[in-house]
Write a protein that binds this ligand. Structure first.
Ligand SMILES: [Fe+2]
Length: 274
């Protein structure tokens, strides 16, 4: 069996100016540093790291400068899309591959097609895919209908049950759904924004949200508490594509960030269970 193609997804870094804590509580810079150390030592190495938005917390230039410093030790290729906390023009100076308009980006990795969509709307918390982005997505999918595709965007196109986040998800999800239904090669819709691992189906395709390296949105499914964060175990997603069949198989692993005991072998030298 050939080795799977590994694509790491990290999301919602919320980098502040040096020395500042997010919401007065969370050292997001230290959290990103731990995440990058984990990515650098992970084997086999992912082919690419996709960052699905909210790279900084307030869109400030000093935050992007801090972000660039913190990302410098990453030994893997990376690509990113903006979220609602980003400033599109400052974001673009950090990730200059996208020249103008919405920061969409197509990347082919060993037979996989990654389509990164800019769902940010300047000055708004909610997301929307504008008509240029929808047309761009349609064209990128149409030009390689036999290539398995992963679609990344910041705002989830589905509800999670967390009311204050669902009010700011992707507004025009039906427009995206109409495209997804017509392109069977889409293996995954991967979002961020909610700082939690979530899995569902969207327009017949597997879909999910990537957890964050720093803090989680409080899992309040009854709309009982004020919007809040909790510091939960940090993690990222590792999408593993196993070639084969018509579009191959894609599985997503949740990878907790940190140093954990092990690995301890299951078997001794004679092959007996320990
Ligand atoms: Fe967000």
């Amino acid at each position: 069996m050939t080795a799977p193609v590994l694509i790491a997804q990290i999301s919602d870094l919320h980098i502040k100016r040096p020395g500042e804590l997010a919401y007065g509580q969370v050292d997001t810079a230290a959290a990103l540093t731990r995440c990058i150390a984990h990515l650098n030592r992970f084997r086999p190495r992912p082919k690419l790291v996709v960052i699905t938005g909210d790279l900084v917390d307030s869109g400030r230039e000093e935050e992007y400068a801090h972000l660039r410093e913190l990302l410098a030790p990453l030994e893997l290729p990376m690509a990113a899309i903006p979220g609602n906390h980003d400033d599109r023009e400052r974001f673009r100076r950090t990730f200059p591959s996208v020249a103008s308009g919405s920061a969409n980006c197509a990347i082919d990795v060993e037979g996989l097609r990654l389509l990164l969509l800019d769902s940010s709307v300047p000055g708004k918390d909610y997301g929307e895919l504008n008509s240029d982005t929808l047309a761009w997505l349609e064209s990128r999918l149409a030009e390689h209908p036999d290539r398995p595709a992963l679609v990344f965007l910041h705002h989830a196109p589905f509800a999670t049950g967390i009311a204050h986040m669902d009010r700011q998800n992707l507004r025009n999800a039906p427009d995206l759904a109409a495209i997804v239904r017509q392109h069977a090669q889409i293996r995954l819709i991967a979002a961020g924004h909610v700082h939690r691992a979530v899995t569902t189906l969207f327009a017949g395709a597997p879909a999910g949200i990537c957890p964050a390296p720093n803090h989680a949105v409080d899992l309040d499914l009854g709309n009982e508490r004020a919007p809040a964060l909790r510091v939960e175990p940090p993690a990222f997603h590792l999408h593993a594509w196993l070639a084969g069949g018509r579009f191959g198989d894609l599985v997503t692993h949740l990878v907790p960030i940190g140093d954990f005991p092990g690995p301890y072998p299951f078997f001794d030298a004679k092959g007996e269970l320990l």
